[in-house]
Design a protein around this ligand. Structure first.
Ligand code: SF4
Length: 456
């Protein structure tokens, strides 16, 4: 029996696609191995969102070759799509597959094994308008299953390489999504996360419209309602949303969906209007704030999280301060900070006045501290309240008070707050159990302690 090992870099869409490719190999009789083990085939599902992601992709390809020089090394995905020439020159790689042939990977590996000639399969992504179906049947030994419902992006933010390597918007057939979620729920998954490259555009390509604003999330809202109707599902989360999808009508529908978590990742990128314009983001900071107000009107204390890029070309100290103030004004429950990374082929890469790395690092550190404080303030409001937690894993932590090691079950509530419950009985297995707990106090490491009240 031949064996295959995978390594995935990048986003949840990549992880989903890896799950799909693993299933294809498994169905063809391959044994799946851990990446650290010796295997006949290594597949690296690469990422190109930053320079660091490119470097890591190259490193992992070389590492695989070193682990077994006889193995077939397959480079797949975004880095490959963006850096075709560089990848073709790399002698450690045998098979190169871009972003739209992943569901043919087994045949390509088999062909390579028969012919032993290096193969490159990279096509122009902009020419594709069909969603490539690569269904999953399992999401590993986890409680949360990520479901890819959409691919591609038409937005062309000036810093972003993704529309070039992922192509235009392609939405997944609703029936395939519902079938997949139904099977996963039957397998025991209680929580799903609907995800995509530009999730807010879900469905707009199906009726020949290219501007998602015209339909204000209508197809996405309908899909969430259908997922909500699946028997046995307990929680639905959404991947990153673009602020312009938020409208009174859209959020009213969302608020009527009982399994939908009050947790919204609304990507901001900058709190300064001039910077947003240079980024080609099509909203202003005040519009963004209105969207948060709509969410807060229809959901009680929703967790609103975001991404920020610091050090975008010509970002001044004053512009950075505007972003910092704006983050505090919005009162996010969590903020993910990224240092701007120049991507060849994008508009921002040609902009003058690139910001030196030490300045980016200093700004990033400041925003990390601001984000930490906001998270603290947000979570503190829930101490003393009862919350439902979906437990994920057992961990050992040092007790804040007596310094002794103790075992805890850790999980998240609907608002994605991390909550721990001390293990009382060593034989109990709370993995994938939904329990109602009382939040008692916040530990110094940020984890909130709780006591169990009720098990579903
Ligand atoms: S919306 Fe902008 S940042 Fe997001 S994938 Fe599309 S181009 Fe990139």
């Amino acid at each position: 029996m031949k064996s295959v090992a995978f390594l995935t870099l990048g986003c949840k869409v990549n992880s989903y696609e890896t799950n799909g490719m693993e299933r294809l190999f498994h169905d063809s009789g391959y044994e799946l191995r851990d990446f650290a083990q010796k295997a006949d085939v290594y597949v690296i599902n690469t990422c190109t969102v930053t320079n660091m992601a490119d470097r890591k992709s190259r490193q992992m390809l070389h590492k695989a070759k070193k682990m077994n020089p006889e193995a077939v090394i397959v480079a797949v995905g975004c880095y490959v799509q963006a850096a075709k020439e560089e990848v073709e020159k790399d002698e450690s790689i045998d098979l190169i597959i871009g972003n739209n042939q992943k569901n043919k990977i087994v045949k390509m590996v088999e062909d390579y094994l028969s012919n032993q000639t290096e193969v490159t399969c990279i096509e122009e992504m902009k020419d594709f308008n069909e969603f490539e179906e690569i269904a999953i049947e399992d999401a590993g030994d986890k409680t949360r299953a990520y479901i890819k419902i959409q691919d591609g992006c038409n937005q062309f933010c000036s810093y972003c390489i993704i529309p070039f390597v992922r192509g235009r918007i392609r939405s997944r057939n609703e029936e395939d999504i519902i079938n997949e979620v139904t099977k996963l729920v039957e397998k025991g998954y209680k929580e799903v996360v609907l995800t995509g490259i530009h999730l807010s555009s879900y469905g707009v390509d199906m009726q020949g419209e290219s501007d998602f604003v015209k339909r204000k999330g209508e197809p996405l809202a309908k899909l969430i309602q259908k997922v909500n109707d699946i028997k046995g599902i307990k929680r639905i989360r959404l991947g990153s949303l673009e602020p312009r999808i938020i409208s009174e009508d859209f959020v009213k529908v969302l608020a009527s969906i009982d399994k939908l978590c009050p947790h919204f990742h609304l990507s901001l990128q900058s709190g300064c209007d001039e910077t947003l314009t240079r980024m080609n983001r099509k909203y202003s900071s005040s519009e963004y704030l209105e969207k948060c107000d709509i969410l807060r009107k229809h959901f009680m204390l929703p967790a609103i999280t975001t991404d920020i890029i610091v050090g975008f070309p010509s970002e001044t100290d004053e512009e950075f301060e505007q972003t910092k103030d704006f983050i505090t004004k919005v009162g996010f429950s969590d903020v993910h900070i990224f240092k701007y990374s120049m991507r060849k082929g994008t508009k921002a890469a040609q902009m003058e006045e690139q910001i030196p790395d030490p300045v980016k690092t200093a700004r990033s550190n400041q925003l990390i501290a601001t984000g930490k404080q906001l998270k603290e303030e947000y979570e503190q409001q829930f101490i003393g309240s009862e919350q439902w937690v979906l437990f994920e894993e057992k961990v050992t932590l040092l007790d804040d008070e007596d310094g002794q090691e103790k075992e805890y079950w850790i999980g998240h509530n609907e608002r994605y707050i991390k909550i721990a419950c001390v293990v009382k009985n060593k034989d109990e297995n709370k993995h994938n159990c939904l329990e109602k707990v009382l939040l008692t106090k916040k530990r110094e490491d940020g984890i909130i302690l709780s006591t169990c009240i009720f098990t579903d």
